[in-house]
Write a protein that binds this ligand. Structure first.
Ligand SMILES: NC(=O)c1ccc[n+]([C@@H]2O[C@H](COP(=O)([O-])OP(=O)(O)OC[C@H]3O[C@@H](n4cnc5c(N)ncnc54)[C@H](OP(=O)(O)O)[C@@H]3O)[C@@H](O)[C@H]2O)c1
Length: 336
């Protein structure tokens, strides 16, 4: 089968198109013919050797994919040949709290991922694809959409009438915007680009703030919410934005800490957390139960992922460079 792999050295220059033998499903396993994959920021970091410099090579990157069941091993009863499916990101995290072993079962490192024509996974490590989505659209779900759902619903407890602050217009934040709208919540979104903010407005954002023009956007969030603050922040900025998020969140509000795009370490006044009873929850994508709940929500509301651009598998490097350039809105996908 055709694959794209990090063969013996990290770096975009060493991401190589190659061939591997077709994998065969063993007992309890499923062979999936992948038709699409999508990119996540972690894939870029993985290829550059910045996510886990000790990751053994070669590695097939790619955390997200979608396709159809091509063959099943003995004892498989959750899926049948021809079913349209998505492998879940953390293969062994099905429900409840994860442990170290479940969090180490992730595709695209440490396990081989989805930049390939075929993948074998345990039958538990799959969900059925929502019927209204194409494979390209479904391939956008396993990391970014599950993360957004987990941050808003499973961990965030966001309800109708509440207000959520979203940062940037990348894959996670645009899914969070679509989910917040479906839940009947108000979304305030930030971006570096007026054109992207206009697109977010068209998708239903209640208020839009340009974080380049207005780096201290928390003040505006308080004005917009009658000095109350937002109920929940979807924090993808990290060190550079957390201080603003702490000012923008209401007393007793929540911050879903997802990304560290603007840095990993920061100096914060801890009193702003304790005096205002703010809860900061680290998010690591989510379990299979969250993925299945997300899919039900997507079907009921007929929500389709926003795909900025798609590339053929062989151009995975160009797709990752497109992501690094940061001009995308929503997801970047690969057709296989
Ligand atoms: N913890 C988890 O489970 C999990 C899961 C998925 C992703 N993540 C992390 O979450 C982050 C976003 O992932 P993604 O897949 O959505 O990435 P992405 O599609 O590449 O989106 C990144 C977007 O973030 C915005 N951004 C960059 N710097 C920012 C800043 N200082 N303040 C506000 N927004 C900023 C930019 O939006 P504009 O162009 O609009 O300015 C950029 O387009 C990454 O750090 C990723 O590693 C974590």
């Amino acid at each position: 089968m055709r694959v794209v792999e990090i063969r013996d050295r990290f770096g975009l220059d060493h991401l190589i198109a190659g061939e591997r033998p077709d994998p065969q499903p063993g007992p309890g396993e499923v062979l999936v013919r992948l038709r699409a994959a999508s990119l996540n920021y972690r894939d870029l970091l993985m290829v550059r050797g910045q996510y886990n410099p000790r990751q053994p090579l070669p590695l097939i990157p790619g955390s997200d994919g979608a396709g159809a069941v091509e063959a099943i091993g003995p004892g498989v009863n959750r899926v049948t040949v021809g079913d349209r499916v998505c492998p879940i990101f953390a293969q062994r995290w099905l429900a409840g709290e994860p442990d170290r072993q479940r969090l180490r079962s992730t595709l695209g490192g440490p396990l081989d991922g989805t930049f390939a024509e075929r993948i074998v996974v345990a039958q538990e490590g799959l969900v059925h694809t929502p019927a209204h989505l194409s494979d390209l659209e479904a391939a956008c779900l396993p990391c970014a959409a599950v993360t957004a759902y987990n941050a808003l619903v499973t961990e965030g407890g966001l309800t109708a009438g509440q207000t959520v602050l979203l940062q940037g217009t990348g894959g996670v934040s645009i899914f969070a915007l679509q989910i917040a709208r479906a839940l009947g919540a108000r979304a305030i979104i930030t971006s570096s680009s007026e054109a992207k903010l206009e697109r977010a407005r068209q998708l239903g954002a209640w208020a839009c703030l340009n974080y380049r023009q207005e780096p201290r956007w928390a003040k505006r969030v308080l004005e917009l919410t009658g000095s109350h603050g937002v109920d929940l922040v979807v924090e993808v900025g990290g060190a550079g934005t957390l201080a603003q998020s702490l000012k923008a969140v209401r007393i007793g509000g929540r911050i879903a800490l997802i990304g560290v795009l603007s840095g990993v370490t920061s100096e914060l006044a801890l009193t702003s957390i304790l005096m205002r009873r703010v809860r900061i929850q680290g998010i690591m994508v989510g379990h299979r139960d969250s993925f299945e709940a997300l899919n039900r929500l997507l079907e009921v509301h007929q929500i389709r992922p926003v795909i900025d651009r798609s590339f053929p598998l062989a151009e995975a490097r160009g797709a990752l460079e497109w992501m690094a350039g940061g001009s995308h809105f929503g997801k970047i996908a690969l057709s296989i």
